[in-house]
Design a protein around this ligand. Structure first.
Ligand code: HEM
Length: 418
């Protein structure tokens, strides 16, 4: 079998799949054997003893949560409901950047993007902003960087930050008090805590959710959602600063869609094929989850090898995305390779093309598989003449070794005022 090797982590047997064929063999052909995720003592402590969703063993509880995720929490109706929140937060982010641009001030791009992602997730989840001030954003960024290097689970850092700033039990108490005062459900804020409390109170629900599992799930939204989205956006911006020709082409595409009269909207995205190709290209070279892990529940034979039950599997998404057998000149940033003759992409990121697995694959793939380039030029403040150092930091979260610090230079954007 191509590129598969065995490691022993103390007493834990572990196999590493680092080619598309091998990854497919494990996560598709032998999906039923590899549907669990390994759990460590740290993860059990942080996830209320695996009461969350990502680390729950494959079984009735996980299936129930997956269904809720796809229909209620991350489903189209809920996403539509929160569109104004995403638009408002994006506008706040752009206005903040315009202020810095007018003051000729440098911006720590990673910090600002982390704050943006956190504010969107916290308003969606608990109807409250968590990174309202730049001090909070900076404090969070420091924690993200410090703990990210030490952690064995990507985005572990967000748990720490979130636990520090937000009293999760207090939030549940507030929500429950508000619900008791106001029995009319149509008057309640439709945030994720209230959606989950509705399910907890639903006598007819096929499974009773414990308070612990919804607390763990809410924490998980922050854990899984913040660093991943902010990280990919930061890498994309860095690539575009290093490739001004690609940035100009992306701007031409967005300008022709918006007529240079308004901000890009989410509803424009299906028509922005070149922008989509840039995102895919970034996810190929800089996946936020460079390794994803599973654990086998039963003995199986793969590629002639006996794989015992409880073997850990690491899929090396990072090396698969750079495999020269699948990607010509794999290190080049060429988005057009994702676009066919009709201007559409021929490869998607939903886990069906094993040479590109940024969101994993199969039943345990990321349930979230569904950028400020138009408005500003970015002058790199901590690098050589407009060139970003693309070195990766040590650790599992695939952060940039040097933070991306830029002075935003506003372009012609009459539709954005402070
Ligand atoms: C660029 C953004 C993101 C990337 C690259 C990413 C990547 C991944 C990867 C590689 C996995 C493991 C897949 C597997 O085992 O096959 C995963 C799982 C997961 N992700 Fe994401 N993710 C992103 C954003 C998000 C967001 C925004 C959320 C929610 C707010 C989220 C929630 C989850 C959850 C709950 C799981 C566990 C699913 C399960 O075990 O069944 N992710 N993600």
């Amino acid at each position: 079998m191509a590129r598969c090797f065995y490691l022993s982590f103390g007493s834990f047997p572990c196999v590493v799949a680092s080619s598309p064929e091998t990854a497919k063999e494990f996560v598709k052909t032998h999906e039923t054997s590899f549907s669990n995720r390994p759990s460590t003592v740290a993860i059990r402590c942080l996830t209320y003893g695996a009461a969350d969703f990502s680390f729950a063993p494959y079984g009735r509880y996980w299936m129930f949560m997956k269904k809720i995720c796809m229909t209620e929490l991350l489903g189209g109706r809920t996403l539509d409901h929160f569109l104004p929140v995403r638009e408002e937060e994006m506008e706040t982010f752009l206005k903040g950047t315009l202020r810095k641009s007018q003051a000729n001030e440098a911006v720590d791009v990673g910090q600002e993007l982390t704050a943006l992602a956190n504010n969107i997730i916290s308003r969606t989840t608990i109807s409250r902003r968590c990174s309202a001030t730049s001090e909070e954003a900076s404090e969070m960024r420091t924690l993200v960087d410090e703990v990210g290097g030490l952690s064995g689970k990507f985005n572990f850092q967000d748990y720490i930050w979130f636990c520090k700033n937000v009293d999760i039990q207090g939030i549940f108490k507030e929500h429950e008090e508000a619900r008791n005062k106001n029995c009319d459900s149509s008057m309640r804020s439709k945030d994720l805590v209230n959606i989950l409390l509705d399910i907890v109170k639903d006598e007819k629900a096929e499974m009773r959710l414990s308070r612990e599992s919804i607390e763990a799930f809410i924490l998980e939204m922050f854990t899984t959602g913040t660093g991943t989205s902010a990280g990919v956006t930061q890498w994309a911006l860095a690539e575009l600063i290093n490739h001004p020709d690609i940035l100009n082409k992306a701007r031409e595409e967005t300008d022709s869609t918006t007529g240079n009269k308004r901000l890009v909207k989410e509803s424009d995205l299906p028509n922005l094929h070149f922008l989509q190709a840039i995102v895919k290209k970034t996810l190929r070279l800089h996946p936020s989850g460079p390794l994803f892990t599973r654990e086998s529940t039963q003995h199986c034979k793969i590629g002639g090898y006996d794989i015992p039950a409880s073997t850990r599997l690491i899929v090396n998404v990072w090396s698969i995305g750079r495999d020269p057998n699948y990607w010509e000149n794999p290190m080049d940033f060429v988005p057009t390779r994702f676009i066919n003759g009709s201007g559409r992409s021929q490869i998607d990121v939903r886990g069906r093309h094993y040479e590109l697995l940024p969101f994993g694959s199969g039943r345990r793939s990321c349930p979230w598989t569904s950028l400020a380039l138009r408005c500003f030029d970015w002058k790199v403040a901590n690098g050589k003449e407009n060139s970003v150092d693309m070195t990766e930091a040590a650790g599992i979260a695939l952060l940039m070794a040097q933070p991306l610090v830029c002075v935003p230079v506003a372009r012609d954007i009459p539709f954005l005022t402070i």
